[in-house]
Design a binder for this molecule. Structure first.
Ligand code: SAM
Length: 338
């Protein structure tokens, strides 16, 4: 297992995110069992946790409605041959957007999902993404498209991105991406008075480009949600609810900051227009974004850090994590062919 996979098994901060952010959003769906798309990580702690909480069914050794993707061929190899208890309904090796673009019918056929968990470990659009679009953003766009194609009415979308931005070590977001986010925030300020008033209240009239330096974390959470919001609009979804949790790994340098975004998206039903004047006046596009500012004002954005919270959370979760890790899923590594 990779070091990330090991960490997922024992990390109490991650369990805090599973329980307090993801689970609370899954609960909003008010469904007995969910269809779940996730990035596969061998200890499958997220799947086991949601199973324990009754959101996922395990029938004849298969977690029903669960689809897992890994971009790591080595991890994938051991899974593909697996017949173990606790398998997924579908498992794929590759990048989500490439699999879907290549016309993977089985994968397409599994859409729409109730919950999609893109729990990446890198930057959403990093310094290394030299193309016009990053691989992770392509994934996000294509899953939203598939959700729309299947006339999905509501779903929860979880996105994780690293956000530490060490320009000296050339680790962080691509500069062009940060400029793009800033432009999006400016356009929201210019087009929506309510957003503008709240923005000015929080940032003392400073333009977005200056808050990049002053308060990078707030800037990035605002900009990213604005971008994902706009992506959702393109496919007739609006944000019904949103929150952001930060997981700060600051025990050992270099510090790694991980932003976990949870979005409850709903499909917009066409409005009933009764007067000529109402054509072309849809307001939904402008109003959603203030949710983000309200969360900042109401201090609802949550931070958990290794230095401040790890011991306390370890006491709370270590036993549960141990039992979760030792349950069901047990990979059968195929014997080499002689
Ligand atoms: C953070 S872990 C997932 C943890 C899981 N959500 C949990 O709660 O236990 C992310 C996993 O996805 C894999 N991964 C990273 N980027 C990926 C990508 N672009 N596509 C598919 N898998 C990816 C990593 O190898 C890693 O095993």
């Amino acid at each position: 297992m990779s070091s990330i996979d090991d960490l997922m098994t024992v990390c109490p901060l991650k369990q805090f995110i599973r329980e307090n952010l993801w689970e609370s959003y899954i609960e909003k769906l008010k469904k007995k069992s969910i269809k779940y798309l996730t990035l596969y990580c061998p200890p499958v702690m997220d799947v086991k946790h949601f199973y324990k909480r009754g959101y996922i069914e395990l029938i004849d050794g298969v977690y029903r409605g669960v689809v897992g993707i890994t971009n790591d061929p080595k991890v994938g190899e051991s899974y593909t041959f697996s017949t173990s208890h606790g398998r997924f309904e579908l498992f794929r090796v590759g990048l989500l957007h490439e699999l879907l673009e290549s016309g993977d019918r089985d994968l397409k056929g599994k859409f729409a999902f109730d919950a999609i968990n893109l729990d990446y470990c890198n930057h959403l659009f990093g310094e290394d993404d030299t193309e016009y679009l990053s691989s992770n953003l392509k994934d996000i766009e294509i899953v939203i498209t598939e959700q729309e194609n299947k006339a999905c009415e509501k779903f929860v979308l979880f996105i994780t991105t690293r956000t530490d931005n060490n320009t000296k070590r050339k680790m962080g977001f691509a500069p062009g991406f940060l400029r793009d986010l800033s432009t999006r925030i400016v356009s929201n300020i210019n087009s929506d008075g309510r957003f503008k008033t709240k923005y000015m209240e929080i940032f003392n009239n400073r333009p977005p480009i200056s808050i990049v330096k002053l308060n990078f974390r707030t800037f990035i959470s605002l900009g990213l949600v604005k971008l994902i919001l706009m992506l959702l609009w393109d496919h007739d979804f609006v944000i019904n609810n949103y929150n952001a949790y930060w997981l700060i790994r600051n025990e050992k340098p270099p510090e790694r900051d991980l932003l976990h975004i949870a979005i409850f998206a709903t499909n917009i039903k066409p409005r009933k227009v009764e007067k000529l004047k109402q054509y072309g006046t849809s307001k939904y596009k402008k109003e959603d974004a203030t949710i983000i500012l309200d969360k900042i004002i109401d201090k609802e954005i949550v931070y958990v850090t290794e230095k401040a919270d790890k011991i306390k959370l370890q006491q709370k979760y270590s036993e549960y994590l141990e039992s979760l890790n030792s349950e069901t899923f047990d990979l059968t590594i195929p014997k080499p062919i002689k």
